[in-house]
Design a protein around this ligand. Structure first.
Ligand code: AMP
Length: 212
């Protein structure tokens, strides 16, 4: 049995064609079912659809053999413990700093609100900027508006959320997309099954690139 952990929401929706082309469709609709482990149209594959930040943990500990997660989450988790063989090119966005529109950052040590604490620490250290990182779990955009932080580090897609809150994107930290990750022990023990799936995912990727 292969267990694949997939991030809920946009990543799951965009990963569905990759799974379907490998013959994997959940038997029950995950939106309607309360089951946490979803059987699929392939007897040898089951899905767990979980919070994005939990995907690398499940895969690292072997609770899932493979996972699909955003590079943002993998960077923050520290992905050395996982294989990351494939960039699926889905759920693309940018990890950016953002701040009040047309307002320069203060000259003092800046305060940065983010859920990406380690990534932000690494980024500002590399830039030689003194920053105090404040961990938030959501609504990062609110922090500069209420004086909690001078800037934020967050994912930006269309930029609409920033614009609606009078903020602007500043520096690009990294282009983000979702990656396929594999547990290191599973890669040895279930080598054939995992490699077959990898090949099927790669075929979908090749077909998509040719069509675009
Ligand atoms: P947007 O307004 O289109 O720039 O989207 C920004 C909001 O959507 C922010 O709250 C982000 O955290 C979230 N977001 C954008 N892209 C993604 C993604 N690929 N995965 C998860 N959250 C995202």
């Amino acid at each position: 049995m292969l267990t694949i952990a997939v991030s809920k929401g946009r990543i799951y929706e965009e990963a569905l064609p990759f799974l379907e082309n490998a013959g994997i469709s959940p038997v029950d609709d995950p939106k309607k079912s309360r089951k946490l482990i979803l059987a699929t149209t392939r007897e040898d594959v089951q899905l767990v659809i979980i919070r994005a930040t939990d995907v690398p943990t499940f895969v690292e500990y072997g609770a899932a053999d493979m996972g699909i997660a955003g590079k943002d989450v993998l960077l923050e988790h520290g992905a050395e413990s996982l294989y990351e063989p494939l960039d699926l090119g889905i759920a693309t966005c940018r990890l950016m700093t953002a701040a009040h529109k047309d307002e320069p950052l203060p000259k003092r040590r800046i305060r940065v609100a983010t859920k990406y604490v380690k990534t932000a620490q690494r980024y500002f250290a590399e830039q030689g900027i003194q920053a105090e990182i404040i961990k938030l779990y959501g609504s990062m955009e609110l922090a500069p508006l209420v004086g909690l932080a001078d800037c934020i580090v967050d994912l930006v897609d269309t930029g609409n959320t920033l614009r609606a809150n009078n903020l602007e994107p500043r520096e690009l930290i990294m282009n983000i997309s979702s990656r396929l990750v594999v547990n290191k022990a599973a890669m040895k023990i279930k080598h054939q099954a995992i490699c077959e799936l990898l090949q099927q995912f790669e075929q979908t990727l090749t077909r998509r690139r040719a069509a675009s």
